[in-house]
Ligand binder design. Structure first.
Ligand code: ADP
Ligand code: ADP
Ligand code: MG
Length: 668
């Protein structure tokens, strides 16, 4: 078909429903507005007051907070879309975005699914099939086994052939779930068993593939784009090797290891992959690049818009969502490969509500203040605003911070500045972790692989707070309280405060910072304060106190500290000191009595997915007891010793807070 004849084929999108939430819904609505397309949001109970809901032209409630009752409920979404006459549905990423059945269903119901054809989605949904197709089209794949025969004997034999170390992956896997490295032959059998169980729990499918483990690999991926007429291009690479739990934290483009020649080779392989699938719309071909040998291998195709797509947009000036709309409308790709050009450098950092010092466990809570500095070349994609709640139901990503500049050093400098000035107060985040990561000398020069976080970052050191930061933070918290007391006194009585009468008497206050307790003594002089913090003394002036920030001068240096106070807790943020959480000690809740031995508690707020044992049952050490799910992460509690299940306090499907006693084992 020639381009001239196409115009009659092109349908016009007048309205689009976004079957997703958070930052990606906001992102898609932005392009809708730009193109004059009416936008429709659907939302769950937990998202009723979320910013994205307010940004759409229309918003419809679709159900409870659990994804299965809302964002994954195909019937409801289709019903709303039809009722409102939506021409198309954009699935975003996650949720229904890689569900071929849903894509088909949209078409059957007369609506456009904004994504590739269902056949491509289906084929790429299986890691085994994906590899087979790619191999057949000359795209290099990681050596391994991806056969039908899943018998124990076959898997063991195949693994021996692949050699060690190797990686077991769930054929139906995704999101980093269900992967296991096996270093030694003697661990193989147990690992296969465990991987199968994990895969069955997470995906309802226990098939595995086996891959050679690339020990020093970098994750390089290519943005691809195709149309319905067989045209396919790539829109350059992104490097996403900075990962924890096989999930991306920092992405950049161009990749520090990319040469023109390598880009040419990998780009050609990516376009080959796209052609093999007759790929239309946006997608990503992921590769693992062996930085010892220089070889690269296909990993998978993500048949959707990627979380990190802004990196590509920043260096190319393209609007990938607009291109998705146009492709879905039946427009031919107008961009030629030769015209694809990157300019400058872009880096994205994902800000997560998580505890980097505790195995990156997600945390929940309320973000009391979220604000960022205005910087040219900074793009913030976020799901939250001050007052937003990070709930247990969804991904703990708070925001994506994307910077652009002429070269890597400048972009790097800018991102560092942004992360120093950003205020995200009220929950623990990875903000300081990201800053430390950016400052690592190896990251600075782009020398890293996928093990960078695990091997090069000293995660233990993250719990420690530098003395100076801690002291200034504690002084700030004390002054905030002092000022509040002062205000109350003047307001209530108009009398000089009793405090001023005891002019020379020093006051005492203690805080807990991280795991440390610190004590302060202070007294007010005529116009300043004298503080003693452990062995240090400070001359302090309270320069300015405003809602949400305090300016204080400590030994001649001024600090503007942003703060939020919640009960006895102070959340503080200061540019050169980082973020700090302090808890005033006399109000510190008494520690709950040590859990009785044999008690299994929820490590974080979770939903109880499955209870695998019964009351009275005999269990052995290592046996799985209960499967929890929190913010996309599945977590199986296993018995630490042999015993008998005495009592089960959890209920399948129920939600439990952190520290909830789930079950009790007796070991007599
Ligand atoms: P990206 O490169 O875009 O980050 P990921 O594979 O990490 O790709 O996943 C992107 C999104 O897709 C995540 O936000 C996650 O919610 C979702 N996702 C992918 N696979 C799964 C899965 N198996 N289960 C739940 N969510 C998934
Ligand atoms: P998912 O569908 O969960 O995203 P991928 O196959 O894309 O699974 O792998 C996720 C991550 O795991 C990659 O980004 C890479 O860091 C690592 N990885 C995957 N396969 C290999 C391999 N064969 N060798 C080394 N690392 C790998
Ligand atoms: Mg992947």
């Amino acid at each position: 078909m020639s381009i001239e004849n196409l115009s009659s084929e092109i349908c016009l999108l007048k309205s689009v429903l976004v079957a997703n939430r958070g930052e990606i819904a906001s992102r898609i609505f932005r392009t809708c507005r730009k193109m004059g397309i009416k936008s429709i949001a659907v939302f769950s109970e937990a998202d009723r007051s979320a910013p994205f809901v307010g940004e759409a032209d229309m918003a419809v409630f679709i159900g409870e907070s659990q994804p299965s009752a809302s964002y994954l409920d195909q019937d409801k979404i289709i019903q709303v879309a039809k009722q409102l006459g939506a021409d198309a549905i954009h699935p975003g990423y996650g949720f229904l975005s890689e569900n071929a059945g849903f894509a088909k269903r949209c078409a059957e119901e007369g609506m456009i699914f904004i994504g590739p054809n269902p056949k491509a989605i289906e084929a790429m949904g299986s890691k085994a099939e994906a590899k087979a197709i790619m191999e057949a089209h000359g795209v290099p794949v990681v050596p391994g086994y991806q056969g039908e025969d899943q018998s124990r004997e076959k898997l063991l034999a195949a693994a021996k052939e692949v050699g060690f170390p190797l990686l077991l992956k769930a054929t139906a896997g995704g999101g980093g779930k269900g992967m296991r490295i096996v270093q030694e032959p003697e661990d193989l059998e147990a690992a296969i068993e465990a991987a199968k169980r994990e895969a069955r729990n997470a995906f309802g499918d226990d098939r595995l593939i086996i891959e050679k483990y690339i020990e020093s690999g970098r994750h390089l991926e290519f943005q691809i784009f195709g149309d319905q007429y067989g045209n396919a291009i790539h829109v350059l690479e992104r490097e996403c090797s900075i990962q924890r739990r096989y999930q991306k934290v920092i992405e950049e483009s161009p990749s520090p290891v990319m040469s023109a020649e390598l880009r040419q080779q990998m780009g050609a392989a990516a376009v080959n992959a796209a052609r093999a699938l007759q790929y239309d719309n946006a997608g990503t071909v992921e590769f693992i690049y062996d930085d010892q040998s220089g070889d690269f291998y296909f990993l998978e195709v993500n048949t959707r818009l990627q979380v990190e797509h802004p990196v590509t947009e920043e260096i190319t000036g393209l609007d990938l969502v607009q291109m998705q709309f146009e492709s879905a409308m039946g427009k031919a790709l107008s961009l030629q490969q030769a015209a694809v050009m990157g300019r400058g450098y872009a880096i994205e950092a994902r800000l997560y509500a998580e505890d980097a010092s505790n195995n990156f466990l997600p945390v929940t809570g309320k973000i009391h203040r979220f604000a960022w500095p205005e910087v040219e070349g900074l793009r913030v994609e976020t799901a939250v605003q001050s007052g937003s709640e990070i709930s247990i139901f969804y991904d703990p990503m708070i925001a994506k911070l994307i910077v652009w500049d002429e070269d890597r050093a400048a972009a790097h400098r800018k991102l560092t500045y942004v992360l120093r000035s950003l205020q995200c107060l009220g929950v623990k985040t990875n903000q300081d972790f990201l800053l430390k990561l950016l400052q690592h000398p190896d990251f600075l020069v782009g020398k890293y692989n996928t093990h960078f976080i695990a091997e090069k970052m000293n995660l233990e050191a993250l719990t420690g707070v530098e003395d100076q930061a801690q002291d200034v933070g504690a002084i700030a918290a004390t002054l905030i309280q002092w000022k509040e007391r002062e205000g109350r006194r003047t307001l209530l009585s108009g009398l000089p405060s009793g405090w001023r009468n005891s002019f020379y008497e020093s006051q005492k206050v203690s805080y807990v910072v991280g795991e440390k307790e610190i004590q302060l003594r202070y007294r007010k002089q005529a116009s300043n304060f004298e503080f003693e913090v452990e062995t240090h003394s400070y001359q302090v002036q309270l320069v300015e106190m405003a809602d949400g920030h305090i300016r204080l001068e400590v030994n001649g240096v001024q600090y503007r500290v942003y703060w939020v106070k919640e009960g006895a807790q102070f959340f503080l943020q200061q540019e050169s000191l980082g973020s700090l959480v302090l808890e005033e000690l006399d109000r510190f809740p008494t520690q709950e009595s040590e859990a009785e031995s044999g008690g299994y508690v929820a490590p974080m707020p979770s939903q109880v997915v499955k209870i695998l044992v019964e009351s009275g049952q005999q269990v052995i050490a290592g046996q799985d007891l209960i499967v929890l799910s929190s913010m996309k992460m599945e977590n199986t509690l296993t018995a630490t010793e042999d015993g008998v299940v005495a009592e089960i306090y959890a209920e399948e499907g129920g939600n439990v807070p952190a520290g909830f006693l789930l079950l009790q084992l007796n070991n007599d």
